[in-house]
Design a protein around this ligand. Sequence first.
Ligand SMILES: Nc1nc2c(ncn2[C@@H]2O[C@H](COP(=O)(O)OP(=O)(O)OP(=O)(O)O)[C@@H](O)[C@H]2O)c(=O)[nH]1
Ligand SMILES: [Mg+2]
Ligand SMILES: [Zn+2]
Length: 329
Amino acid sequence: MRGLVIKSTGSSYIVRTDDGSVVECHIKGNFRIRGIRSTNPVAVGDYVNVQRDKVQCTKEDGNSVYWITDVEPRRNYIIRRSTNLSKESHIIAANIDQVALIVTINHPETSTTFIDRFLATCEAYRVPAVLIFNKIDLLSWDERTRLEELRALYGSIGYETIELSAISLRPSDILPLLAGKTTLLSGNSGVGKSTLLNALFGREMTRTGKISDAHDRGMHTTTFSEMYELDVQGDKGQGTRDKISYTKGWLIDTPGIKGFGTIDFEREEVSHYFREIFRTSAGCRFSNCTHTNEPGCAVVEAVETDQIALSRYESYLSILGDCTETKYR
Ligand SMILES: Nc1nc2c(ncn2[C@@H]2O[C@H](COP(=O)(O)OP(=O)(O)OP(=O)(O)O)[C@@H](O)[C@H]2O)c(=O)[nH]1
Ligand SMILES: [Mg+2]
Ligand SMILES: [Zn+2]
């Protein structure tokens, strides 16, 4: 029987089968997928084949025992290393149409390194990414300026950005973005992924947590990835102009992540995942320029003349550093 993995708990998977039932499934210890080494061979968003155990038909709770026997080839996936130098990799989700990276200027502060590493991975795995700046209700004057700078920066590179406040969300601000798509919500802990999800559904689908007073960080409230089917009746908050309509799609809420270790990048290809660096590199003297200390490097020149943001260049160098560490150690 075919089904869609809608939740992974580490030890088991919740699968919605094509006939509409929802079953808990396990995988056998020796289950592997060719070509990908990851801590989780099956991820949320995967289409799988499940089989009921013929011998051990029912568990103590009366439910059947199901095994995942096969995973269908993935259209795409997003993968990260748990820490920058760790060898373990983790597939965050599979078969997605876009990533909405939720970022906050403050409470907690999302670093540009984190944003850029995430975006580079999206480029490498060819998944469109949108930046959602959340918690705009909390911004001081200076922070508002920072928000505008960052939106201008990422907008100029070619990324769509939106700003909102999940605690007073107008669904119309974001529903057009989500319609008909499977969207992965990701970002640091505490940026408001689950709050946004709940606001969109108009009820508490999943738990949210406080920001710690001591560290101004999230407390890792969401512990497992889960996929939710969106079926929202159109926006009524905008006066009478708006017609009632339905927005369908899927949203994947994920546990907040700290660092974002990129994976499997060759040194030469890192610049391909920074759109503006890649565009500019056409002007470098050497075709295999790494944009570090080669003469005639158009990228370094663009950084010096503020055509390329220093923060982006530093993120580029940090990923290049990872490649060196893992490949040439
Ligand atoms: N002021 C304000 N608070 C917000 C907003 N969005 C979320 N929060 C608060 O931020 C805290 C963390 O929100 P969560 O939705 O749990 O964050 P998360 O990204 O799901 O965090 P993890 O599950 O730990 O990854 C909660 O106290 C929310 O109420 C917002 O737009 N404005
Ligand atoms: Mg959460
Ligand atoms: Zn160069």
